[in-house]
Design a protein around this ligand. Structure first.
Ligand code: XIL
Length: 399
């Protein structure tokens, strides 16, 4: 009798287990949901108000801190990237000593308003604290640096997953690992761990938070066919083919430094290359230097139009972030006026263009005959008229 009961219980357990919904393990690349609009984010740096930041932290571009800065972010942007506070320089200033004071302020600012945060950046060799670049006493071995890198990634990701659930859905796991010639940047991870350091960082990130979206972020990697773009694409292709967890590529897009802007066709081609791999793409750090001769902001406005138009037309482009809330806070200096808001936090004409482009459900393959974002986006008082449609196919060096 007792044995029969036991048997029945076991059968019931097996039936229950089979009937329970199977929790599918998150896959990478994670499927890209269809978008209705694309969010517009901005980089925010609270150091200006934060006496507790380490002395080695990058300086605030403007003093004293202006509270209008935060309201401007809240009014004009949908999401936030902490400009520096999540970098290792802040989060692990001394070996084994984690400090989330500054990062928490930035993440809380967004979370308390129901906004998302881009987690930037877990491993960014250019923002290494000194103790990583010049270890005290013993030099790094492959295994000691691998374990330090892994612990850093997992401590930071797990902390934000548990303290601010749902706020940081995506992370720049590795930032700027390539050189302009397509080679690897010879940073400490590359030298000590070797070529697989990027893969190891992504595997550690996936182990720490399997549901997070994992990005590799790179600058000057938007021009299709350029050595650095090809290097990023080759790595992405290899990761996807071998099942190394990756979900997206971040295109920084600090544009205009060499007097040139990327063409729309080139950005579209780059975005498509990642779409074909099932990867997302985000414009993560957009800002545009004006040309040498003052054109009343026209070229800058056109490049903002062109980048956001390309994103809107690429089904895998899931976000655009401007690197700085307003000109005086831009890392490219106030004088360059590289962002979307001016010194008094007033939105420039480019801002309305960008908003319209990111919200407009345009066809993804064809340029519309007429620009649905135009009140007349080509007219800026006092500026020369641009040639050709603002969101038509790009030509030559026109943005
Ligand atoms: C910059 C910040 O804007 C500055 O405040 C800081 O002094 C240096 O770093 N690529 C990146 C960003 O991924 O983290 C950099 O941010 C700009 C270039």
């Amino acid at each position: 009798m007792r044995r029969q009961g036991l048997l029945l219980a076991m059968v019931a357990l097996v039936v229950l287990a089979l009937a329970a919904p199977v929790q599918a393990a998150p896959t990478h690349p994670s499927p890209i949901p269809p978008r209705t609009t694309v969010p517009l984010g901005a980089a925010v740096y609270l150091r200006c108000a934060d006496a507790g930041a380490p002395a080695s932290a990058p300086a605030c571009p403007i003093q004293p801190f202006n509270p209008a800065y935060l309201s401007a972010w809240q009014q004009h942007f949908d999401q936030l990237t902490p400009e520096n506070e999540l970098k290792m320089l802040f989060t692990q200033p001394a070996r084994g000593r984690f400090d989330f004071t500054a990062a928490d302020r930035a993440v809380r600012l967004a979370a308390s308003r129901g906004r998302k945060v881009r987690g930037h950046a877990l491993i960014y060799p250019a923002a290494n604290p000194n103790w990583v670049n010049k270890p005290f006493l013993l030099p790094w071995s492959r295994s000691s640096l691998l374990s330090t890198m892994g612990t850093h990634i997992s401590t930071v990701m797990k902390r934000y997953r548990s303290s601010f659930p749902g706020t940081i859905e995506q992370w720049d796991v590795v930032n700027e690992p390539f050189l302009g010639n397509g080679g690897r940047d010879p940073n400490v991870y590359q030298r000590v761990i070797g070529n697989d350091w990027i893969e190891q960082a992504f595997r550690a990130a996936n182990a720490a938070d399997p549901s997070a979206l994992l990005f590799l972020n790179e600058f000057d990697a938007d021009e299709h066919g350029s050595p650095r773009q090809m290097a990023v694409a080759a790595l992405a292709r290899d990761f996807v083919a071998r099942g190394v967890p990756i979900d997206g590529i971040g295109l920084e897009m600090h544009v205009g430094a060499d007097g040139r802007y990327p063409t729309r066709a080139s950005i579209l081609a780059t975005m498509k290359e990642y779409a074909d791999l099932g990867l997302r793409v985000e414009v993560t750090e957009l800002d545009a230097l004006p040309p040498a001769t003052d054109d009343g902001g026209l070229a800058q406005r056109r490049v903002y139009q062109s980048v956001t138009g390309a994103c809107r037309r690429s089904p895998n482009c899931t976000g655009v972030t401007v690197w700085g809330v307003a000109d005086p806070y831009s890392w490219r200096s106030a004088a360059k006026r590289a962002t979307l808001l001016d010194a008094s936090f007033t939105a420039k004409p480019a801002y309305a263009d960008v908003r319209c482009r990111l919200a407009n459900p345009w066809p993804t393959t064809e340029a519309p005959a007429t620009d649905p974002c135009a009140t007349d986006p080509t007219v800026i008082p006092g500026a020369p008229q641009p040639v050709g449609p603002v969101d038509g196919p790009s030509t030559g060096s026109q943005p």
